[in-house]
Ligand binder design. Sequence first.
Ligand code: AMP
Length: 541
Amino acid sequence: MLGLMQDQPLLISALIEHADRHHRDGEIVSRRTEGDVHRYTWTEAAARSRQVAHALDAMLLDVGSRVATLAWNGYRHLELYFGVSGSGRVLHTLNPRLHPDQVVWIANHAEDQVLCFDTSFLPLVQAVHAKCTTIRQYVMLCDADKLPADTGIPGLIAYEAWIAGQPTTYDWPRLSESAASSMCYTSGTTGHPKAALYSHRSTILHAFASAMPDVMGLSARDSVLPVVPMFHVNAWGIPYSAAMVGCKLVFPGPALDGKSVYELIEAEGVTFAAGVPTVWQMLLGHVGPNQLKFSKLNRTVIGGAACPPAMIDAFRNQYGVDVLHAWGMTEMSPLGTLCTLKNKHLALPEDEQMKIRLKQGRAIFGVDMRIVGDDGREQPWDGKTFGDLEVRGPWVIDSYFRGEGSPLNDGWFPTGDVATIDPDGYMQITDRSKDVIKSGGEWISSIDIENIAMGHPAIAMAACIGMKHPKWDERPIVAVVKKPGQEVARDDLLKFYEGKIAKWQIPDDVVFVEAIPLGATGKMLKTKLREQLKDYRLPTA
Ligand code: AMP
């Protein structure tokens, strides 16, 4: 017997219509590439999203066609999120930090038909357009009178001219909720990148989940700053959940340095911000020395890479900002777990609570997870036993776009992360499986070693990698970047580890470097670091 409830497909167009009807004057504030600040409302965003849909119809662009973007976080990008997906096309957010050859490879693989790009990416588009064989329309995200002459890009049009004159009403199609809505290629450090192809259904379910109190807890009273880019996993789904709950949205544009982000947080009364640790490092690097405070910011989601304890501590104890440590990946839309305490933890002393906050957190309803051993058997949830982390759920990929074979293991997606899960369901990542250090048959967590180094007052950043060792197979070393004007000697840093981890886990050496190589999404690139240190020899080997 079927239920007798309405069979309404879960569609992205419904989000922008909801925002228009129910959050009419809710504000969207964007710092633009031009340097000024643009403001408008959800109702204006909705009207212009419908104009985007008309502009795509006018091109006779088929349903399912890919419309790519190379853009910062801003209002025009938001309009494309809704106009492209809502009208049945697939929004393909390209990562502008990738090497131009990779951008070409990805655009051709995705068979992008349209590319909308911010003015700052004009040189990149000029360098790649001749090799992008499927793109038939280039749109620059600017006013009609700002379009430069002689760009060399055939048929280039300004966004404002492209949508100007299009009607602001639109009859959104009633698509299947399983239809593709957007796509994102993984940052993939080896081989060609692979794409996750999200659906309307997966996106809406993820938006519902991410707004829940023990997840991001978003509401109409929040002013939300996604520093996490809209070109990487849809800014963790924030544009969608923001339209759902009607919060104020604040977009940083290209200005991601600590000073600019701080000023925006204060000027726009930001209560909630989301980003990767490297961004918050820059923010704290500005706020600390200038003795600044946050007036309204009360919580921040930090994820995409392990959040160092020193960062959680600084936000909580110096600035009164709650840090929510989150874990996820491109293949998971991206949210998988988020760390909030349970009722029974509230009475624990601060240092005990801290041990929990450091973990990547509990599975969000919709995501199921397990850890498996080398023999493929599920491992116990005892908080000690490591295993390969696998997940499943309605916003986890089933297969890659144009991928060969299934990535799944018995219905579960292997994340490539190694983790423990404690009896309360808190998952803790110890490493990417390829970064695990095996010393004398025992595993050493590189994240633990990095976290300790970053707790030292003179250290800005740390990356731990394993080096070949004749006796122990591998031994850890830690590459560190010192804070400006700070000094620490190798032996003193090694001493700093004593008592914090077992003796045999303490790194064999410290290598001082100018910078740790970062990938296109702001994560440490250990493959590159290994390359840089290929002539390095362990003192203990
Ligand atoms: P991406 O698909 O590029 O977003 O990368 C996903 C990967 O980032 C995960 O598989 C993890 O290895 C890593 N990651 C994401 N969040 C965290 C976190 N909170 N702690 C440690 N690693 C993380």
